[in-house]
Design a protein around this ligand. Sequence first.
Ligand code: NAI
Ligand code: MG
Length: 497
Amino acid sequence: MQLPADSLARRRLGPAPNQLFIDGQWVDSRSGKQLDCVNPSTGEVIARIAAGNVQDVGLAVAAARRAFEGPWRQMLPHDRQAIMLRFADLVDRHYDALATLDAMDMGAPLARLQGGSRQRALGGVRFYAGLATAIGGQTIANSVSRAMASYTLREPVGVVGAIIPWNAPLGSALCKIAPVLATGCTMVLKPAEQASLSSLALAELLAEAGVPPGVVNIVTGLGDTVGAALAHHPGVDKIAFTGSGPVGQSIVRASAGNLKRVTLELGGKSPNIVFADADLDAAVPGAAMAIFGNSGQVCAAGSRLFVERKIYREFVLRVVAYANQLKVGDSLDADTVLGPLVSREQMERVLGYIDIGRQEGARALSGGQRLVEGKLASGYFVPPTVFGDVDDGMRIAREEIFGPVVCAIPFDTIDEVEQRANATPYGLGSGVWTRDIHKVQRLTRSLRAGSVWVNCYSVVEASVPYGGYRMSGYGREGGLQSLDAYLETKAVWVNAG
Ligand code: NAI
Ligand code: MG
């Protein structure tokens, strides 16, 4: 197995890949146990990580608390900003090695990671670095007395537990780390057990950038152990979670003990609506990649494709043709557009949904079964699958599949599609393809979702808020308002009379 030749990757995957990063030190887990890291393109074990336990979480939270009460608290915003910009430069310099770790650890195509993902990741850290010096309260008029001044201070919320999933490991880790550093909080980061290597690699870069020990701690391990311990821990002030709905709900319950602040970025069943008047040459690849990008392992994936009936047949056939020419292969191959699913478990979950779809009477117009030819046999490959004849009530049209599976559904009128698009407990992404400004005006207001993309899909940048309505979670990542989740507001009254 050829691991990235870069020194960064050698350091972390060489002598001690299987430790935790606590208080600026690499330490063994108190559990003494380890987990395998499997390359989903090949099925090979490429590294082992520590299976952290409750004691490890306790030590990491204690380190984060000490760091929060220590010099980090006194550090000036300009100094935190300088550290963050150095960190961004280091991530930039080592980006190819980090991306290669993700490609091998969870199967995202390297070409995808080196494209838009790179700009998003680095831009995000730099965006929050900018905000580090832009945090401020308000001076507020009061009627108590002319001698009385009233104003607000914004203060860091404290120790943050950040729990992230495997579908965009590096990007998710950075978008949790950056607001923590910008606001002067400290954190314990728990990466997904399926994809922890790039998070661990960041530890070295954080230290090199000058982030003091204990400010960012990284505890790898299983969700129901490490993640649950963070959610319960009375020393954690806030949980920032990205992942599945049921785990999000369990975190809300666990957080009740000390009334943690919680932000949740969960999944969805996002509608992508194509009108007959759209630029179909753009809408065909747009609709296909809205769901097939990252092999469908995207929380806002456009998994319900509503197509106006008069173009339904033609449009769906074009999406099928587009899907069939997408190159599926090893994440490290330069021409790969779609990699494998992250794990055997995820592949089986997705294949299970494909079976359910058939049993429900939907028709797979492309894909529909695991790829087992040649080298692909040892990996977890499912080709892009387009289901036609889908009814809104089917499970494949209601539940998040998190794989390269799209439900193509015809509609007749804007009233009808607006109602059907919103008939879901979720509300993360949504798409509208049309040239008609009236349809745009109406649907950008009526769709109940945190993002509406018009004549595009899944465009994301740290400066623009991202998050869910309803069961897709609460709180926003990105945008100025995302800092609120990491800050308390203190009211100050000064009587100068
Ligand atoms: P998950 O929600 O179980 O995992 C996400 C993170 O939460 C991981 O770090 C995991 O270790 C941690 N976790 C798991 N159980 C926990 C607990 N009891 N307390 C605290 N943390 C816990 O998601 P999983 O099992 O990896 O994927 C299952 C399904 O969830 C997918 O098929 C997909 O439908 C959905 N999902 C949605 C994501 C999104 O971005 N919205 C990301 C990942 C999964
Ligand atoms: Mg799980």
